[in-house]
Design a protein around this ligand. Structure first.
Ligand code: SF4
Ligand code: SF4
Length: 189
């Protein structure tokens, strides 16, 4: 089927009606409240049901492995051993957690692990509202149980020192075969 385009009138060429139609939309949007924010200076609070970075509680965990079984892509690695301990004057056999690792770089944040966890409150949960997981190395997204438990106390990223940042940009330009710009190497007068 051949597409039929409307014929241009001679007056359109002089009156620029299409341009004015576009500008009408621009001016209408200009005075509406903005939905964008100046990240990272400003941050939006995620919704209550937002699934973000994991948190884990070693004290609550009973080492049942149900979360690892529920995970559809098998990225939770748990090792346990049995120990006999004295509980309330009775000798009891309990499971002790040796390893609890999550390969978060492969995670799809489906929360099935959290749903499967039988403890109350949950020993693993994703409702931390933490979404800033960007890293330069994918392997940094493999977390052990200490990192999962003390995520909030991790050293905060403070940005590269100015000189280091400039050298890195110059190196990247060299890698892609682009000549380093004098302003990139030393922007100071
Ligand atoms: S949220 Fe991640 S770790 Fe948990 S079950 Fe889903 S894919 Fe597995
Ligand atoms: S986090 Fe929950 S489901 Fe996973 S091993 Fe611990 S108690 Fe079991």
């Amino acid at each position: 089927m051949q597409v039929q385009y409307p014929k241009h009138r001679w007056s359109d060429r002089f009156l620029l009606l299409d341009l004015l139609e576009g500008l009408k939309t621009t001016f209408r949007e200009l005075f509406k409240p903005k939905v964008t924010i100046r990240y990272p200076e400003e941050r939006l609070e995620p919704a209550d049901r937002f699934r973000g970075m994991f948190r884990f509680s070693y004290d609550r965990c009973i080492a049942c492995k149900l979360c690892a079984i529920a995970c559809p892509i098998d990225i939770i690695y748990i090792d346990v051993h049995d120990e006999t301990r004295e509980v309330d004057g009775k000798s009891k056999k309990i499971k002790v957690l040796d390893r609890y690792d999550i390969d978060v770089k492969r995670c799809m944040f489906c929360s099935l692990c959290e749903e499967a966890c039988p403890t109350k409150p949950k020993s693993i949960w994703l409702t931390t509202k933490t979404y800033e997981l960007a890293t330069y190395d994918r392997n940094d997204l493999y977390f052990n149980m200490q990192e999962l438990e003390y995520w909030d106390e991790r050293p905060k990223y403070t940005g590269l020192p100015e000189d280091e940042s400039l050298t890195r940009i110059a190196d990247e330009r060299k890698l892609i075969g682009e000549a380093p710009r004098p302003s990139t190497l030393d922007p100071r007068p």
